[in-house]
Design a protein around this ligand. Sequence first.
Ligand SMILES: C[S@@+](CC[C@H](N)C(=O)[O-])C[C@H]1O[C@@H](n2cnc3c(N)ncnc32)[C@H](O)[C@@H]1O
Length: 245
Amino acid sequence: MTSGFDPSEYGRHIAEVYDDLHAELSADAAVAVIAGYANGGAVLEFGIGTGRIARPLAAGGLHVDGIDGSPEMVEQLRRNPWGESLRVEIGDFSTTTLGRRYAVVVLAYNTINALPSQEAQVQTFRNAAAHLEPSGVFLVENWVPDVAGFHRGRAVRAHELAEGRVLVEVAELHPAVQRITATRLAFTADGVRLLPVEHRYVWPAELDLMARLAGLHLEERWQDWDRGPFTDDSSTYVAVYRKDP
Ligand SMILES: C[S@@+](CC[C@H](N)C(=O)[O-])C[C@H]1O[C@@H](n2cnc3c(N)ncnc32)[C@H](O)[C@@H]1O
């Protein structure tokens, strides 16, 4: 594990505005896929955040627990509908254990990159496997690294250009350690907010090997939660890792 990593850091900067920033991001397709794999069983979300995905799952009748490193994100979750009903442990999801098994463990919305090192990412797969029932699945949603989008190690990307809000990311690439250091700039009528983010980016096939190290194997990879085909042009994916028999 990389020393100095603080899993509460991300939420400290963004918790207050997270739900507003992601108001347009539908969780419907993710909820349908997760509920399908759960098939009435329990779900554990690593990096549950403000409950964007977990709350509709719980509202649909599933037992949902979560782990998150940020007390601020979980405070926001508690204020949201269904947020009070979920069991959430504050801790690092690569190591925190809840002492029960689940039909599905999910790590959504590119959060695998929030871990500081390859070792911490492998440890996350091991922790997911340890929480799964014998035939359970670990669902991982992530982006495909776009290193070609950097020029001389730097990239400026417009993430959102909406009326009343602009979200721009200024990023620096460190290929030797597969890291991106970035600051997101959120421009709204209230001013500018700086949101620092650190990624240890990871390749799809690298995740598949991490899964194998943890006693899981790749069952499916789609481009998105709508189960679109994963192709040369895909910039995102959802991978389904099933626990080995
Ligand atoms: C991008 S947000 C995603 C939240 C939610 N899953 C969603 O889809 O909206 C990432 C979440 O993971 C949490 N997180 C990041 N790294 C973590 C770690 N190592 N351990 C626990 N939580 C972590 C952050 O605090 C944040 O709530």
